[in-house]
Design a protein around this ligand. Structure first.
Ligand code: T1G
Length: 700
């Protein structure tokens, strides 16, 4: 007898087993229809005398990968996921869950609420809720510890990491693992359970993981000390819930969990983290995909084997692409190839890859001194020094040798790519691929689209980003693209405050307190003060004399204080140490610079420092939107989080502006704005949004 609930949950009886099939692509998220379908199916199976057991499995690439994240910002419809899990667990006939793909969050909670679990050998299991500022809110914090103990459950829930099926079995979370077809194996397990008459086996009634209360209590203690000082809400709530599973009766534990879940769900942190999850995926939706045809890229020429060139080569080899590195002389080529080999050797030592993996990847790497050896590549990426004349020369040579249809990419961080493209015969094949250092680690890739570039090339850029495991963000041509343009105003905000009385060390502390790993002046020391100095000098002739200019940075560079690489910048570094010490000489230099301008220093509170920096970033973000450089506000958040260390749990400068409210943002900007600073002058586009009671989110 076949009964269709709706497409997302199907029900049929095979022999005496009710087979419930979840089918909600792409990842069988447990949206409302699936939840309602599951409850209806369980009730149908229970009422059907021909049914002796129930099998839950999923079609497509995975068993449910969790609750539907896109439903969290809407009123949640019944049945809730905790209710679905309770209904499955309460079923009077044994329920077997057959797991494959990435069984995550609520998906694994459905499995835990089932009475038996079998997984495909390749299946991955995990509780990634903490990455969304949430906790396993459908009984996971109560049921998991009963099977695997508090320590392992906490490890899974606080890390958000996935584990393999065999490991999950070893830890008692899974009963069986099959190398065969998961549906067949699930049916076989159901028949076996029915035949043996082992019946229902409710996880909440299990005590396998609770046999050693001492160990469980110390796991709670260790976990608490492990998050000491953290501002994140979810990890603390997770520990509270797992502790509740040890101390409270079943129902009370579940109620405790659901209250904690609601607290997390409503928190700004979770709203921000969910925004980031969706924004990371939305960034790939660019207009050129509708018309652009992705070109095949299997071989890539990398011009320049310096830090960036070598990192890009590693990333391409990790993407199983063939790479030819070109350098201007044998010594540079040897050094460039050496850098690539060194990265893989370090990964072998750290057991991230095997010796075989390393050899397989390096077998795809070649080096050359002859541009003509790049004639056959599908893509060429130049990563030579940031000098326009040299880059134009490289592009001219590439234009002369590359096959028709090859893509020419530049890794420039600042230069005008429209000009670079117009310097060759095929501007339609030019694109900016702005990697971030270290290029084999950083997930962000700014895909810069000059005016003449074809949709095929843009679409190919995004396909490459996906292949390299990067998050591609579409950017129009402007000085500094999205990230460096916002970094520039962030730095100006920090420098203005220092000239007005704040210490660079206080500004760094305030921004670390805000959630950045490093403050702006520590980043200056890391990157090198001379880089920005060279840029300021490059723009000196065109600088607007009416706009405020702080001199203390130039004075430090004139003194040779370029940062970590010379042991001295805003901080002083002992030989071989990356830990900077505050330096009175820097404070004296700044005080002299103030004195020279007659500036009477004033005090800044940390909150004002944070608000001045973040509001300047959001304002610049709005300018980038108004100029059409950025497609949507969420792209700006993705760039700042993945490229510039903006704290993920705050969601990015545009998300923060929405949480603060654009009205508040505008009044802050008006308060900070002065005639000689542009960075806080409110952008006009704020007004209509405020008028309509909207936030930047309305533009996503
Ligand atoms: N809800 C809604 N949509 C989802 C989704 C989810 N849970 N997971 C993925 N998608 C969409 C995604 O937006 C994209 O859509 C498409 O699926 C492919 O995803 C009560 C509270 C599963 C490992 O956190 O980690 O359960 O962009 O591009 O790289 O305790 O997606 O194509 O339109 O990422 O192969 C817990 C989140 C939820 C898992 C696949 N679960 N997902 O990675 O593909 S909270 C998660 C992932 C919860 C309960 C709690 C990954 C993936 P589009 P993709 P992928």
């Amino acid at each position: 007898m076949n009964l269709i609930m709706d497409d997302s949950v199907k029900y049929h009886v095979q022999d005496d087993i009710a087979v419930i099939t979840i089918n909600n692509p792409p990842v069988n998220a447990l949206g409302h229809a699936v939840r309602a379908g599951l409850v209806a199916a369980i009730e149908r199976a229970e009422a059907d005398n021909a049914v002796a057991g129930v099998l839950i499995h999923a079609q497509g690439r995975t068993f449910p990968a969790g609750a539907d994240i896109k439903e969290f910002d809407k009123p949640l419809l019944d049945p809730s996921l905790p209710a679905v899990c309770d209904r499955i667990e309460a079923c009077t006939k044994p329920v077997i869950a057959a797991l494959h793909g990435t069984v995550l969050g609520g998906g694994f909670e459905v499995a835990l609420a089932s009475h038996y679990r079998i997984a495909a050998a390749q299946a991955k299991i995990g509780f990634p809720e903490v990455n969304l500022g949430l906790l396993p809110g459908a009984g996971g914090t109560q049921r998991a510890p009963r099977l695997c103990g508090a320590a392992f459950a906490l490890g899974l829930m606080l890390s958000g990491k996935q584990i393999g099926a065999f490991f999950a079995k070893k830890r008692g979370l899974i009963d069986e693992v099959t190398k065969g077809n998961i549906l067949d194996a699930g049916l076989a397990m159901a028949r076996d359970v029915i035949a043996k008459g082992t019946g229902v086996r409710r996880t909440l009634e299990r005590r396998d993981g609770l046999k050693d209360p001492i160990a469980n209590q110390s796991a709670i203690k260790d976990a608490r000390s492990g998050i000491e000082g953290s501002v994140l809400l979810a990890p603390a709530k997770i520990i509270d819930c797992v502790e509740a599973s040890l101390l409270l009766p079943d129902e009370a534990g579940k109620i405790f969990e659901s209250i904690a879940f609601e607290d997390c769900l409503a928190s700004d942190q979770s709203v921000a983290l969910r925004h980031v999850f969706i924004s990371e995926r939305m960034a790939a939706n660019v207009p050129e995909l509708a018309t652009g045809k992705v070109r095949n890229i299997s071989s890539v020429g990398v011009i320049g084997g310096g830090t960036m060139g070598a990192g890009i080569a590693v990333s391409l080899l990790d993407g199983d692409l063939d790479v030819v590195m070109l350098e201007r002389d044998a010594a540079s080529l040897e050094a460039g190839l050496g850098r690539v080999v060194a990265v893989f050797e370090r990964s072998v030592v750290k057991k991230r890859i095997t010796e075989e993996d390393k050899n397989r990847k390096l077998a795809r790497l070649a080096g050359t001194l002859n541009m003509s050896d790049l004639a056959g590549v599908d893509l060429a990426i130049e990563a030579v020094i940031e000098d326009r004349a040299i880059k134009e020369e490289v592009f001219a040579q590439l234009d002369a040798v590359l096959k028709s249809g090859a893509i020419l990419a530049t890794n420039t961080s600042y230069l005008d790519i429209d000009e670079l493209a117009s310097s060759i015969s095929r501007p339609q094949d030019v694109v900016g691929l702005h990697f971030f250092s270290p290029a084999n680690i950083m997930k962000l890739l700014e895909i810069v689209v000059p005016d003449a570039t074809s949709d095929d090339v843009v679409a190919s850029g995004f396909a490459l980003a996906k292949r390299l495991g990067k998050i591609g963000v579409r950017v129009g041509v402007t000085d500094g693209f999205i990230g460096n343009r916002i970094l520039k105003v962030y730095r100006l905000a920090a420098e203005y405050m220092v000239e007005d009385g704040a210490s660079p060390y206080q500004v760094d502390r305030a921004m670390r307190g805000y959630g950045f790993g490093l403050g702006p002046f520590q980043v200056y020391d890391l990157a090198g003060l001379d880089i920005a100095w060279a840029q300021r000098k490059r723009h000196a002739a065109t600088r607007d004399p009416d706009i405020r200019y702080t001199e203390f940075g130039d004075k430090m560079c004139e003194a040779g204080w370029f940062g970590q690489k010379v042991g001295r910048g805003f901080y002083h570094y002992e030989a071989g140490s990356r830990q900077g010490k505050e330096d009175q000489a820097v404070l004296d230099l700044i005080a002299d610079a103030r004195g020279a301008k007659g500036i009477k220093p004033r005090r800044f509170g940390d909150a004002e420092i944070q608000r001045r920096c973040v509001s300047a970033m959001a304002n610049e973000g709005a300018k980038l939107l108004a100029q059409g450089i950025a497609l949507r506000p969420s792209d700006i958040d993705v760039v700042m989080i993945h490229g510039y260390g903006f704290p993920r749990w705050r969601g990015g400068p545009m998300q923060v502006a929405d949480q603060v409210g654009l009205m508040q943002l505008r009044s802050d900007l008006r308060r900070f704005d002065t005639a000689d600073t542009q960075i806080w002058h409110p952008v006009e586009m704020l007004d209509p949004l405020i008028l309509n009671g909207q936030g930047f989110g309305a533009l996503n």
